[in-house]
Design a protein around this ligand. Structure first.
Ligand code: ZN
Ligand code: FE
Length: 238
């Protein structure tokens, strides 16, 4: 079971519960107090923290939640020295046993060098942090366009129906930019309309799916790393 709730200005918080064991993980810790409140409202006890990367809006609540719940912190090996309180560092392809669920760590450098995604096949779900956004992609703070291109290509191989949980609600701005790249893409036009109406009703546009992004996301649709780099630069200035 997955629940999603807004955190900070435009982040999302996510709770993942494995029902057999009752294990409960938060994916990243944008806001420790808000995550604590959401846990209490659901009567849940936090057992794990899964970090995607080291930025403060993803690890900021690590120590508060670790101290309060005694939760174990899991993160990517490549970023281990930048993730507060990390207990278990996993490398690309490693599988973490979460009760009856397998959680796969997929290294997705680009936004940061250590950045990773967590794939949970039992929930047909993928937590991508700041790698993929709805119709967009994360800024290249540490990695190269080629790294981001490879990271996106890895995720694109997952089943089309896989739900993508992005860490930010950046959709309307991404949609506006995507329309400048592919104004004649009918799937994109439809996705933009749907996103606008969801946001008008204050509904999240997350999760999206691999299939939806392959049809609409100009970054995932880039044929080459050079092209991805070019449009990422254009989006930075947009
Ligand atoms: Zn970030
Ligand atoms: Fe972020």
């Amino acid at each position: 079971m997955i629940s999603l709730f807004p955190c900070l200005n435009d982040n999302y918080g996510f709770l993942l519960v494995e029902p057999q064991s009752g294990l409960c993980a938060t994916i990243d810790t944008p806001d420790g107090a808000e995550i604590d409140k959401q846990l209490q409202a659901r009567g849940l006890k936090l057992t794990h923290i899964l970090n995607t990367h080291h930025h403060p809006d993803h690890v900021g609540g690590n120590m508060f939640l670790k101290e309060k719940y005694g939760a174990q912190i899991i993160g990517p090996k490549a970023d281990a020295n930048r993730i507060p309180g990390i207990d278990i560092a996993l490398a690309d392809g490693d599988i973490f046993k979460f009760g009856e669920y397998d959680i796969h760590l997929i290294h997705t450098p680009g936004h940061t060098l250590g950045h990773c995604a967590y794939y949970v096949p039992d929930e047909a779900s993928l937590f991508v942090g700041d790698t993929i956004f709805v119709m967009g992609c994360g800024r290249l703070f540490e990695g190269t366009p080629a790294q981001m291109f490879t990271s996106m290509a890895k995720l694109a191989k997952l089943p089309g129906e896989t739900k993508i949980y992005c860490a930010h609600e950046y959709t309307l701005s991404n949609a506006e930019f995507a329309m400048t790249i592919e104004p004649n893409n009918l799937d994109l036009q439809t996705a933009v309309k749907t996103a606008k109406s969801r946001r008008a009703q204050n509904q999240p546009t997350v999760p999206t799916t691999i299939a939806a992004e392959l049809n609409t996301n100009p970054f995932m649709r880039s044929a080459t790393a050079e092209r991805l780099g070019e449009i990422r630069k254009a989006k930075d200035r947009f």
